[in-house]
Design a protein. Structure first.
Lengths: 541, 596
């Protein structure tokens, strides 16, 4: 909870604390010290949220209203400068000028692929047709990602305003917001926001007297991950099974019901009002050479501060994880960060100083994706992580094309056997062969990116795979049932007890000078005991 | 005088074809080093075909929409080193396509291997052994067992659905190419099959995974006709036919549908459309059938009954448009989807059912055989006929009128089983008293044929004047205006159930201008039937239809009412068309239907 104007930040506020805050802070102007944020490393209390590292390094454009205005009030949005950009675009600018502004700003698709937004709009604008559609892709499907959801719940009018401007630019008079049904609050607030905008004449016929018509529908999706792929999404809107189709034709030529259609992600639209209000230069002064503006990430995993962060493009992973994220949880060692959701890649410690943008992430085998960012410490098994993400994409594959349907299944089977200690010589080569084959020949980008977690972990953590296969050992002690358990040869054991001392799970017991025993039910086959035994009495049974 | 207008409405992809063809811009690309210039709307696959370069395909079918799922047709664009599915990728200026590059070759092969790793690979026990496209590609790519075993893992293990009257589905053999889904939806408008589940669990199945016996399938078998593997096949009746042939007590009578003579040759190396009537008869006699007749005999009978029924309807202004009833797939479709319009259907049975009813009554009497011992087999281009014979209405002879139905493919298998040298068989003739036929009956085997045959008789009965040739062509919806006496009749001929539905919707809305509508469930009519030799494409079906037309042209008797056997049948047994006995044996009823 933040108290404005001073920006005092209280955390872990319970209902019982409200009276005290009202009485002390609001009435008497005294800060309630006990509820203030404590810096995790220094234990120092910091009253103002702007001074907290978590916020200090962020640059909030799309999230600027989230948590500050009442999302159910169009008046609050307008009071915060809302719909000014739409008014400016519709009454002072031609569609071509709007497109030029967005192109100059360098805005790229925030759904993950990073296609230049202005160019996409221009292509749709240039396709001649009696009817065009605009679609907002709010089918946020990555596990653990909630960027779009927070935006839609916290500032729905910003998306609507972005869509009005985009519709004007491409010449669409009808739009759809495709949103998963698992987001009931977002849907409720969007419905309300659309109604409010219609009542004020910001949606509907002759918006702001400009002669431009545009109206919006909400289409609820049933939660299939593949419906985030634009052609599958359009099929779903049309009432068909959400299955991608080959491109070309691209939606800008033939989209919804065969009409030219422009599809952008929620966060992309949310950037548009800022660009129109403050101009392309204000936007493109932020970021790197090819990636402009900010990006919202859902920061999760083994770090101290988790949550949504909006950072300028070009920030390093280290800054996000250590400055904003407050470092590793319980002081553990950083191992990898997974970006781009289930289709992204795992980036190791040696690349922590990587400046984040679309190209740099791709170069290291990861991707921007929609903005998932999972931080892992050394208790994480990278083979198991790859298996987890692949099992997600495998079960969410639409099943249409051979490489994705059959190939990811075979990859998953190989990973399963590696993780259960049955990996074979040649499995890694087979994994790589399949991964590259699936990437190259799949019909859509679900298959085209599904092998990324496997390829990136093979690239940076190949030794872990090899430990699983050759030594039947999971270095992070995550994979259960790795190979056979260890046994102590009673005839060789000298009863020194060193094995019992190194066993991480206390599976070994015995009395000094007598043979020790390993409890087979507990043994995780880590091999620590065998490595320590001075007389070579321990081996895998 | 007869034809005033002939309109082709739209092509297979729903695009108006009549009129001038828009000028298409050209694109130049190279394929395997050869420069080729093609229309800009062509795919890489089509461009390659133009210059005789073969690219393997599985999900692609020339008569269906593009799907791009099997990825077996992958080629490499050397200009940007990208792998592209050639069947769905449009040509672009400057492409440097290689079908031969190591990457392209490996990628194609890998996808076939992946399909095989989730396929039973029990070719020896499969109905499609020898006609399976996956088997052929595997052979052509020299894929060995060990190539597939590298990917060994879980395989689909689902029950085979044998509950249907006509079609058997083995989901374990399915390679999810979606051809059946597309033909059922795009061509037939039935959508009995769809994709279900996700990822590795994806299957093609019926709505709610209901058994074949519980769905609104028309049993037309177009799914089986386009299936590249053995996932959808006809319910085989070969064993039961062998059993009765071997049974000395049974008098086995076989009838062959008009189209068979122009299609079965393909199974024995003849060019599509080659007419092999004499060899067909000879083969059936050698297989041990006691009598070999032609369904064309009863096709003439159908014309007599249906033609007179039409005349009666015209005179009484009742139940128009009159809609033909000889196609069982269409009847089933109407019962499911247009139960309110069933009174428009001719009550005349299909030729197959008329034939069997007459065999077990008139013929039994003439030949002095106890009808209880007669076993009637029909060789049909069609899987829906298998269902039709089981209808409870079709027991007017006092027995089940038709006992067994074999598709063209099943008969070919029987001929191959006994090792007959089909191509070199001495021609033989159909047996007497139900074997004579007319050109009118022959063209029943193709779309438009029933109409032309019927109108030849109708016009002569009404005016005494012969009908000029209509030659309506073979695809989609065609219409004609025919002048008979002082009245003009609007005629429509339609094939493909999705096309039929368009006309039926007009009838339902009261806006139909037609007096007569002929419907054939399968595109091209019976020559394109679900039981015909595989694989079948539009081009092949055209040739088959031309084969039938050539028989009609060469026939001296081309009108049903001039068939001497038919004249005798009425004189000796039925009385006249639409008589009481005719109604009893040759007409039927229809009912609203919810499931198979």
């Amino acid at each position: 909870m933040i108290v404005y104007p001073e920006g005092v930040f209280y955390c872990h506020v319970e209902a019982d604390d409200v009276a005290e805050i009202v009485e002390e802070h609001l009435l008497k102007g005294r800060i309630v010290e006990r509820l203030l944020f404590k810096e995790p490393l220094t234990e120092e209390t910091i009253p103002s949220y702007q001074d907290i590292d978590f916020y200090k390094k962020q640059h909030r454009i799309v999230l600027s209203n989230c948590g500050r205005i009442n999302p159910e009030s169009i008046q609050e949005y307008i009071a915060a400068g809302g719909y000014e950009a739409a008014g400016k675009a519709l009454t002072e600018m031609t569609p071509e000028e709007v497109i030029a502004e967005v192109k100059n700003a360098g805005l790229r698709g925030r759904g993950g692929a990073g296609f230049p937004t202005g160019l996409k709009w221009e292509l749709t604008r240039k396709t001649e047709s009696d009817k065009k559609y605009l679609v907002c892709n709010a089918d946020e499907g990555d596990p653990g990602a909630f960027m779009d959801r927070s935006l839609l719940e916290g500032d729905p009018h910003r998306i609507i305003e972005g869509m009005i401007i985009a519709a004007y630019a491409i010449g669409a008079d009808e739009g759809y917001i495709y949103i998963r049904a698992e987001y009931p609050l977002a849907i409720e607030r969007l419905e309300l926001a659309i109604e409010q905008a219609q009542n004020l004449g910001l949606l509907g016929k002759d918006i702001l007297g400009s002669g431009f018509d545009f109206d919006l529908h909400i289409k609820k999706g049933a939660g299939a991950f593949v419906c985030g792929e634009e052609t599958a999404l359009m099929a779903s809107i049309e009432g068909k099974r959400g299955m991608p189709r080959p491109k070309p034709p691209f939606p800008s030529v033939s989209g919804l019901w065969g009409k030219p259609t422009n599809i952008n992600n929620v966060e992309t639209f949310a950037n548009v009002p800022y660009i129109i209000n403050y101009g392309a230069e204000a936007f493109n002064s932020i970021g790197t050479e090819k990636s402009k503006g900010t990006k919202v990430f859902a920061l999760t995993g083994k770090i101290n501060n988790t949550g949504l962060v909006e950072v300028p493009m070009g920030i390093t992973l280290r800054e996000i994880i250590y400055d904003i994220g407050g470092g590793m949880n319980q002081g553990k060692k950083f191992k990898a960060v997974q970006t781009g959701g289930p289709s992204g890649g795992c980036i190791p410690a040696e690349l922590l100083d990587l400046k984040i943008d679309y190209e740099s992430l791709q170069e290291v085998g990861a991707m921007m994706g929609s903005g998932g960012m999972v931080v892992m410490d050394d208790s994480t098994c990278m083979v198991d992580v790859a298996r987890f993400f692949l099992s997600f994409t495998q079960s969410e594959s639409c099943g249409k094309c051979t490489p994705c349907r059959e190939g990811t299944k075979r990859m998953l089977e190989i990973l399963n056997r590696i993780c259960s200690g049955e990996g074979r010589e040649g499995d890694l080569e087979l994994l790589e062969e399949l991964a590259n084959h699936i990437k190259e020949t799949s019909l859509c980008q679900l298959g085209g990116s599904a092998p990324n977690p496997v390829l990136s972990t093979l690239l940076y953590f190949r030794d872990e795979y090899e430990a699983h296969i050759k030594d039947k050992r999971c270095p992070a002690n995550v994979c259960e049932g790795m190979g056979a358990v260890y046994v102590i040869d009673e005839n060789k054991c000298v009863g020194c007890g060193m094995c019992a001392r190194v066993c991480p799970i206390e599976a070994i017991s015995g009395k000094p000078k007598e043979p020790y025993r390993i409890n087979e039910d507990l043994c995780i086959s880590c091999g620590a005991c065998a490595a320590k035994c001075p007389v070579g009495a321990i081996s895998q049974g | 005088m007869a034809i005033l207008k002939l309109t082709l409405r739209f092509n297979k992809r729903g695009i108006l074809v009549k009129g001038s063809v828009p000028i298409m811009s050209k694109v130049t690309l190279t394929i395997d080093g050869q420069k080729v210039q093609v229309d800009a709307d062509k795919t890489i696959l089509e461009a390659a075909q133009e210059i005789g370069i073969k690219i393997p395909t599985l999900c692609y079918h020339p008569d269906l929409s593009l799907h791009g799922s099997c990825r077996v047709c992958v080629v490499e664009n050397l200009a940007n080193n990208r792998l592209l599915a050639s069947c769905v990728t449009p040509v672009m200026e400057g492409m440097e396509i290689s079908t031969l590059s190591a990457r392209a070759r490996r990628a194609r092969r890998r996808n076939v291997e992946l399909l095989l790793a989730n396929h039973p690979n029990d070719c020896l026990g499969c109905d499609r052994n020898g006609s399976c496209e996956l088997q052929e590609i595997t052979h052509e790519m020299s894929i060995r067992r060990e190539d597939v075993e590298r990917f060994a893992g879980e395989t689909r293990d689902l029950p085979v659905d044998e509950t249907g009257p006509s079609l058997k589905r083995d989901p374990n053999k399915c390679i999810l190419c979606g051809r059946c889904v597309r033909v059922c939806e795009e061509i037939q408008g039935v959508s009995a099959l769809q994709f279900s589940s996700r990822g590795f669990d994806s299957i093609v199945t019926t709505a709610f995974d209901l058994p074949q016996s519980e769905v609104n399938c028309a049993n037309c078998g177009q799914c089986a006709a386009v299936c590249p593997v053995g996932a959808i096949t006809e319910v085989s009746e070969i064993d039961r036919v062998w059993r009765v042939i071997e049974d000395p007590e049974k008098y086995v009578v076989v009838q062959t549908a008009p189209s068979i003579q122009a299609t079965i040759g393909e199974e024995f190396g003849f060019e599509p459309g080659t007419v092999v009537t004499g060899k067909l008869v000879a083969a059936l006699k050698k297989l041990g059938f006691d009598k070999v007749f032609s369904t064309e005999f009863s096709a003439d009978l159908t014309i007599m009954e249906e033609g007179n029924e039409f005349i009666k309807r015209i005179k009484g202004h009742k139940n128009l448009p009159h809609i033909t009833s000889c196609c069982p797939g269409w009847i089933k479709f109407a019962e499911h989807n247009y139960p309110d319009l069933l009174n428009h259907l001719s009550t005349a049975k299909s030729p197959q059912q008329m034939f069997s009813a007459i065999t077990k009554t008139y013929y039994a009497e003439k030949a002095g055989i106890d009808p209880a011992n007669i076993y009637t087999v029909a060789v049909m281009p069609c899987t829906a006929k298998k269902f039709e014979k089981e209808r409870e209405e079709h027991r007017d002879s006092g027995y089940q009128d038709t006992d067994a139905v074999l598709t063209t493919r099943e008969l070919a298998r029987m001929i191959k089983e006994v090792g007959l040298d089909f191509a070199n068989l001495e021609d033989e003739h159909y047996d007497e008293i139900m074997g004579s036929l007319t050109g009118a009956a022959t063209i029943f085997g193709t779309t438009g044929g029933v109409t032309e045959a019927a109108l030849r008789t109708v016009k002569e009965v009404l005016t005494g004047e012969p009908l000029e040739r209509l030659e309506l062509g073979y695809m989609g919806i065609k219409e004609a205006e025919v002048e008979i006496g002082d009245r003009k009749y609007n005629i429509a001929v339609v094939s493909g159930l999705a096309n039929a539905a368009k006309l039926l919707d007009e009838v339902r809305a009261g806006s139909s201008k037609y007096d007569w509508i002929e419907v054939m469930a399968c595109p091209h009519g019976c020559v394109g039937g679900g039981g015909q030799p595989l694989p079948a494409t539009k081009e092949k079906k055209d040739k088959r239809a031309m084969g039938l037309a050539s028989i009609d042209k060469s026939n001296t008797i081309r009108k049903s009412h001039e068939n001497l056997d038919i004249i005798r049948l009425y004189e000796e047994f039925l009385g006249e068309p639409l008589s009481g006995e005719s109604h009893h044996l040759l007409h039927t009823t229809y009912r609203k239907r919810d499931k198979n």
